[in-house]
Design a protein around this ligand. Structure first.
Ligand code: ZN
Length: 558
């Protein structure tokens, strides 16, 4: 299959009403379990076509945001999407209320029904206007960031473009880059506060209308969390405070010694040694060739998957003018095929994004024959296990990209993965505080951020960077605006990925086999069950990070 073969006709309001709008009635009209299953399969086939269209137009737009045709196609879909979601909710309700539910559930599995139960509580036509306002506020925040023009080192760059300077070996240079970056947030801090304040008020209002105590409960349901709640997440954050924060403080102190600075400042954090960070040795074609060799050696299924991605034109990896920032994996479910989008810029991050997104794509590929859309991808925290674990499982292959610097890359990657955990928890703790006190002033929210920084990032020093020093650091973290309560998913998944790292060092073949098996399960079970099934400890279990800390400390020599 080639990417150019992937086409689906654009839905219209009429075709959507006919194709998806009728699904609920067809499911309700079924007189036997077999007829209900047939109605389900038909809805499934049609919703995949719509999802494939949605993925295609979003991809085309991010591949060239300047192209008016792509923009128009995406806007046309954006306008139809709320109606699609409404029809989907009706179809899910019809499945849940079916008189044949027991037979359907026996055939399709409990997880789909639990996900639908969760999903139908998060939407009601009474909040339809609020949902549109929420997405408008999110667009406003995205556009604010997209319009940013910074002048640095003789260039005009955006907020992503300046980041490569944060890794500069020259300390004064990276400090100056951070000053420029945070200067933009100083100028736009009030706008960020206003947009976020509006979002918090709006979300709190939606939660009340839907009968939730606060937005936090609605936020968890919107994330489809089936088998854990706020207390479990708090237990995980406590584990990170107890076991990882002291290790992180030591790692930062060691980093200061390695860099030969008396005190590690915030602008030093992105540089691990005086020689700078390791970087890969070639361009996209070179990287793709190395990746083929790497996957060929790791596992036969990874090899054939990746050859198909590369030969079929399902990769767009290099940064270019007009391309949206970031990296992601998307998929066209009618065709059972994923696609990887990235913005390679010659730093070590290229390899990390590559192995990360390849992990998502491989899982999607392995799960492509599932009967239910909800099982094509698991919930977000489980998705990130596939991506973050592949970053570790590819460690023995890193010499292909980094040559003699491979060992240094591996150490850096492990160190940064550990250091991420306290930050991920800080972002999550902050949001729990925010939605518990929805009427807080912007000044109070900045205080809340300083409180969580004191708990999770006590080693951090912003020096003369006034905006983050006064509690404004969170303004840069888009997830806080766009996807409430999502961020902890990366920390939960990292905890699983780090266990794969530990296990792969004891028995690589066994760890790889369990990884491939986990990818094949897709979303057929919730997070805890998937993790346990792969031989991992739940992040909510006390002591789940003990082995990781012990082995990582030994490996890193702290
Ligand atoms: Zn990911």
């Amino acid at each position: 299959m080639r990417f150019s073969d992937i086409t689906v006709p654009a839905p219209t309001a009429e075709s959507l009403r006919a194709d998806i709008g009728g699904a609920a009635a067809a499911i309700r009209a079924a007189e036997t379990p077999a007829a209900a299953l047939a109605a389900f399969d038909e809805w499934e086939r049609r919703r995949r076509r719509v999802e494939s269209h949605s993925a295609l137009v979003n991809l085309a737009f991010t591949r060239d945001v300047r192209d008016p045709a792509s923009k128009a196609a995406r806007e046309a879909w954006d306008a139809l999407e709320p109606t699609f979601k409404e029809y989907e909710t009706e179809a899910k309700r019809a499945m849940l209320e079916s008189p044949h539910r027991a037979a359907l559930q026996a055939e399709l599995g409990d997880t789909a029904f639990a996900l639908w139960e969760c999903s139908v509580t998060t939407f009601d036509p009474v909040i339809a206007d609020d949902v549109v306002r929420e997405s408008n506020l999110i667009s406003e925040r995205m556009e604010l960031e997209a319009r940013a023009e910074l002048k640095f080192a003789g260039e005009t760059v955006n907020l992503s473009g300046i980041m490569k300077h944060f890794e500069a070996p020259d300390r004064a240079h990276r400090h100056a880059a951070q000053r420029e970056y945070w200067g933009w947030f100083s100028q736009n801090g009030e706008t960020c506060d206003r947009i976020y304040g509006d979002l918090v008020a709006l979300r709190t209002g939606m939660a009340k209308k839907l009968g939730f105590a606060s937005f936090t409960e609605l936020g968890y349901s919107r994330m489809s969390r089936l088998d854990y709640g706020q207390n479990d997440v708090e237990a995980f954050r406590a584990e990170v405070r107890e076991r990882i924060v002291p290790l992180a403080t030591e790692l930062r102190a060691r980093q200061a010694r390695d860099l030969g600075v008396e005190k590690l400042m915030y602008w030093d954090e992105k540089v691990v040694g005086p020689e700078g960070n390791p970087s890969p040795g070639g361009d996209e074609a070179w990287m793709t060739a190395r990746a083929r060799e790497m996957f060929a050696e790791l596992h036969p299924e990874l090899a054939s998957f990746f050859d198909q991605m590369a030969d079929g034109g399902f990769l767009d990896l290099t940064a270019r003018e007009g391309k949206a920032g970031g990296g992601y994996c998307t998929s066209f479910p009618s065709f059972g095929h994923p696609y990887i989008f990235a913005n390679f810029n010659g730093t070590k991050g290229d390899v990390e994004v590559f192995t990360h997104e390849a992990g998502h794509a491989f899982q999607c590929w392995k799960s492509r024959d599932k009967r239910i859309s909800e099982y094509l991808w698991p919930t977000m925290e489980s998705c990130e296990i596939h991506s973050m674990s592949l970053e570790f499982l590819t460690a023995p292959q890193m010499h292909r990209f980094f040559g003699a610097d491979a060992a240094r890359f591996e150490r850096t990657h492990l160190m940064e993965s550990l250091l991420f955990l306290p930050y991920g928890c800080a972002v999550d703790d902050f949001q729990h505080r925010v939605y518990a006190e929805p009427d807080a002033t912007p000044a109070r929210r900045r205080e809340m951020w300083l409180e969580v920084e004191a708990a999770y990032l006590p080693h951090r020093d912003y020096g003369d960077l006034a905006h983050p020093a006064s509690g404004g650091f969170w303004h840069r973290q888009g997830h806080i605006f766009f996807a409430p309560f999502y961020y902890i998913d990366y920390a939960l998944a990292q905890t699983c990925a780090l266990q794969f790292w530990v296990q792969s060092r004891a028995d690589f073949g066994d760890a790889m086999r369990r990884y491939v098996e986990l990818c094949g399960r897709g979303g057929e079970a919730p997070f805890g069950a998937l993790a346990r099934g792969a031989g991992l400890r739940s992040p909510f279990e006390a002591g789940c990070l003990a082995d990781v800390v012990e082995q990582a400390a030994a490996f890193l020599g702290v």
